[in-house]
Design a protein around this ligand. Structure first.
Ligand code: SF4
Length: 125
């Protein structure tokens, strides 16, 4: 890896300070129903890497103890993880906003799907 520190320019841009974590973004795995050539994680139907149960179990604890406002699920297609709905329900039960980044094609003919109701409706749980 090439060193780049010497390439940095001195500027008057203000220092960046870290504040409280407001959003926890979690990549649930690389499985997806698409095979887009531009995919930056090379997701697809043949990818098998998915977040383990042990790590999934930690997510509600992290949300609670860190007082996080939003759970943001991504992948691949996060809906293809077998515990996707459970995670959304857990976040909603904590009063958090749950959102996800995915492709509507994952929902097939059920658009608007459970994900929309669960993630974006304040009344769904
Ligand atoms: S839909 Fe998104 S995650 Fe799936 S292959 Fe395309 S870019 Fe990757």
């Amino acid at each position: 890896m090439l060193s780049t520190i010497e390439l940095l320019e001195v500027t008057d841009f203000p220092n960046i300070r870290r504040d409280r974590t407001q959003t926890l973004q979690v990549n649930l795995g690389y499985r997806c129903n698409q095979t887009c050539v531009h995919c930056h994680v090379n997701a697809g139907p043949n990818r098998t890497e998915m977040m383990s149960d042990a790590l999934i179990d930690l997510i509600p604890q992290v949300l609670k103890t860190r007082n996080i406002d939003t759970l943001d699920l991504t992948g691949g297609a996060p809906e293809m993880h077998p515990r996707f709905r459970e995670l959304v329900r857990a976040a909603r039960a904590l009063g958090l906003l749950a959102r996800h980044t995915s492709t509507p094609s994952c929902c097939g003919s059920h658009w608007p799907c459970w994900c929309l109701d669960a993630c974006y409706s304040r009344s769904a749980a």
